[in-house]
Ligand binder design. Structure first.
Ligand code: CP3
Length: 340
């Protein structure tokens, strides 16, 4: 039988909602923390196939989710362009910011795929070790989201540095975006060659751009990546995640030729379920805090998503990554509720 996750991505309605969680490998699992403690550098951890494979498998062993997502990060792409990327504990990502034309000269014109060889090795090993009915997901960040980190050099709440560059020197900003389009397309094609069954494009900072700017810096670059992937493999399964996007931006993303659109916590699944064409699966969007709370909040949250998506292709997920203080027992309960 075709795995339920792939059924949903192919526009079919599985007999049961497939389920996986963003950041399902992570610090809420003691076995993750134990391994993670052995390697101080997060990127080194990501680039060690033996470790990346193991932490990808940990949540599958525990919860038998309907998909595994390769363990890595969206910021390996700037790293593979030669921009220094680091993760200081508790402070989030830190990059050497690209604030002007000289900054752009410090990074490579094309992505160094050899630098990402450990990611492709991780995928090949996972394809051997995962149960046959658990598809493997690859991913990258959308160019706009990755550019916000490259320009600011860190996470910010409003992405002012990238927005200011896009207004003040659109030509410079476009050349960063263009490099990311080409680099991300090449990176995802290598992931597909290595064996991933679907890819997700994370546009985490969709909210901060006015409509026409969103069209120019988010939709258009993402459309080019999708065209590049389809030129390589016409039936490749692609998911888009326009996090914090407005309703029109969600619908525009859904019409880019994706198989699924992921929805964040703030989206009313009843709206999305009817507004997104039924050929495109909806994915999401339980509040990670309802999962932490458990009890009635969890039961109700799951029931609402199941009711809203009944009879159409849909994938159960959280509206954002699972948080560190999530009790494992609540995740077990979640799986039971989604599958009951
Ligand atoms: O979902 C998964 O299980 C796959 C792995 C994955 C990670 N990050 C692992 C990770 C994925 C798909 C991501 C995507 C990602 N990374 C995004 C897009 C999705 C989103 O959350 O909006 C973004 C914006 C990033 C950048 C990033 N990486 C941030 C902001 C942080 C947190 C800062 C910090 O220091 O904790 C990371 C680090 C990160 N990426 C962790 C994990 C498990 C935590 C690192 C640790 O264990 O110390």
């Amino acid at each position: 039988m075709k795995p339920r996750m792939l059924q949903a991505l192919d526009g079919e309605t599985p007999d049961q909602m497939p389920l996986w969680l963003m950041r399902q490998a992570g610090r809420y699992l003691s076995e993750y923390r134990e391994l993670r403690a052995k390697v101080p550098s997060f990127l080194e951890f990501c680039y060690t196939p033996e470790l990346a494979v193991e932490v990808t498998l940990q949540p599958i062993r525990r919860f038998h989710f309907d998909a595994a997502i390769m363990f890595s990060d969206i910021l390996v792409v700037p790293d593979a362009f030669g921009q220094k990327v680091g993760f200081a504990t508790g402070e989030g990502p830190q990059l050497e910011p690209i604030s002007d034309r000289d900054g752009l000269k410090r990074i490579a014109a094309t992505i160094d795929l050899d630098h990402l060889a450990p990611v492709f090795e991780t995928i090949r090993i996972l394809k051997r070790e995962l149960p046959a009915d658990v598809p493997l997901l690859g991913f990258c960040g959308a160019p706009w989201t990755v550019a916000t980190y490259m320009v600011a050099g860190r996470g910010t709440s409003d992405q002012a540095p990238a927005r200011s560059m896009a207004y003040g020197d659109p030509e410079l900003f476009a050349s960063i975006i263009d490099r990311l389009v080409e680099g991300s397309t090449a990176y995802l094609i290598e992931q597909i060659k290595a064996g991933v069954d679907a890819v997700q494009i994370f546009e985490s900072w969709a909210s901060v751009l006015p409509g026409p700017e969103f069209e120019r810096w988010s939709l258009e670059p993402t459309r080019r990546i999708i065209a590049g992937l389809r030129a390589f493999k016409p039936d490749v399964r692609i998911m888009g995640f326009p996090r914090t996007a407005s309703a029109p931006a969600i619908l525009s993303t859904a019409s880019l030729g994706v198989c699924a659109v992921s929805l964040d916590t703030a989206v009313d699944m009843r709206w999305a379920s009817s507004a997104v064409p039924s050929s495109v699966a909806v994915q999401g969007n339980l509040d990670p805090l309802a999962l932490i709370a458990g009890g009635e909040a969890l039961t109700r949250g799951v029931a609402e998503i199941k009711a809203a998506t009944a009879g159409r292709p849909a994938i159960f997920n959280l509206g954002h990554g699972i948080q560190q203080h999530t009790p494992v027992a609540h995740v077990e309960k979640l799986v039971e509720l989604v599958r009951s």
